[in-house]
Design a protein around this ligand. Structure first.
Ligand code: PLP
Length: 379
């Protein structure tokens, strides 16, 4: 399936999870749309609303959601920030999240909590916790002072599938709003939309152009939502003011259905187990080559695995990013190097364009690169 993408054959791509990869058909579709826009920009923007309605319907169908509750946002960071900003809170309340939270979303929670004079509870969840344990541990921190619970549906640094539906259920019974960060969920989770506020990226696993994400807000909260930028539709009911945010290049949105169609024709949904099996074997081979373990994350995602690294590689994100870049430069293998609880890991991703040989090449080259750790760590 690799010819469907334009990925450099000289590089082994085992990091779809960070920024996705846009298939050739979608790139062409977007380029055609850009050319169409440039032939008559006035007509392009006159037709924008109709095109948007059709596109949104296609995306809503893909997510199993109601288009009336769905807003277009450029990325999950924006979606989560809008959601957190919409939730009312009073001084002394507490925001609750886990210690697997994505860094940008943690910062968004901290920003909003500080604005309201609230504290933040970061709930430690063991890496291998199963769903029941996640819910139990999280709920010990949820009480009448809780302003909101923010939870990742699939965690970025630990590649863990979280029981968001169970968390949302309990919080609904207690009247506590839940923000679900579903950045990785579209394409990997059927009917992923859950909770009072949910955001998800189309530019990750469904392979849509970058800058295509959605925010879903349950009807009871929609009146609270404000678009980040005022527009001509300011004051109109949600989601209109979010869908029209000044003059932007909308071609990514309008090309997104090409990726959704392609993923359907390539059978992404029915091949998740295949990808998961390939990844189990392939990531285990990489771990073995490094004398490390494929880590037990409780409920793993179908398409990402966590591999241990020797201690002392990196204890913060900037250092890990620098080591990751040197590793990529030396091995021509792309993987993520998240830091969790002060320790660096390899996060290995797998999409339809990957084959077993990718993992074997990665294992061999990583073994050589990590054999000389000092060189890898020195800039
Ligand atoms: C769990 C999680 N949340 C949020 C984000 C942010 O996504 P974006 O950069 O598209 O805003 C990411 C990105 O990788 C993520 O993994």
């Amino acid at each position: 399936m690799r010819p469907e993408w334009s990925l450099d054959p000289a590089v082994v791509h085992l990091n779809h999870g960070s920024f996705g990869a846009v298939p050739v058909a979608t790139q062409r579709r977007q380029q055609l749309l850009r050319e169409q826009a440039e032939r008559n920009p006035m007509q392009w923007f006159r037709e924008r609303a109709d095109r948007l309605t059709t596109t949104k319907q296609r995306i809503a169908d893909y997510l199993g959601a109601d288009t009336a509750h769905l807003a277009l946002v450029p990325n999950a960071s924006t979606g989560a920030t809008i959601a957190l900003t919409a939730i009312p809170a009073t001084s002394g309340q507490r925001y609750v999240m886990t210690d697997h939270v994505y860094g940008a979303i943690r910062r968004a929670v901290e920003r909003v909590a500080a604005q309201h004079g609230c504290a933040v509870d970061v709930v430690p969840i063991p890496l291998d916790a199963d769903d029941d344990e996640v819910v139990r541990r999280l709920l010990t921190h949820v009480d009448e002072r809780t302003a909101c619970v923010a939870i990742d549906q699939i965690t970025s640094s630990t590649a863990k599938l979280m029981p968001v539906a169970a968390v949302a259920d309990v919080c609904r019974q207690r009247g506590i709003p839940v923000v679900v960060d579903g950045a990785h969920a579209p394409g990997l989770v059927d009917n992923p939309v859950v909770g009072d506020f949910w955001t998800g990226n189309l530019h990750k696993w469904p392979c849509a152009p970058r800058g295509t994400a959605v925010l879903h807000v349950a009807p009871a909260h929609q009146h609270l939502v404000q678009a980040p930028t005022a527009s001509w539709l300011e004051g109109e009911p949600y989601p209109a003011p979010l869908d029209l945010q000044g003059t932007v290049d909308d071609t990514g949105w309008f090309a997104a259905p090409t990726s959704l169609d392609l993923m359907a024709s390539l059978g992404l949904a029915s091949r998740r187990q295949e990808l998961s099996d390939l990844l189990d074997d392939g990531a285990a081979a990489i771990a073995a080559a490094l004398g490390q373990q494929l880590l037990d994350v409780g409920t793993p995602t179908p398409t990402m695995r966590l591999v241990g690294l020797p201690a002392g590689i990196a204890s913060d994100e900037p250092t890990a990013l620098a080591v990751q870049a040197r590793l990529a430069e030396r091995t021509k293998v792309e993987v993520a190097m998240p830091v969790w609880r002060g320790r660096a890991y390899l996060r290995i991703s797998c999409h339809l364009y990957n084959e077993r040989s990718d993992f074997d090449v990665a294992a061999e080259r990583f073994a050589a690169a990590f054999a000389d750790i000092d060189q890898l760590l020195s800039s």
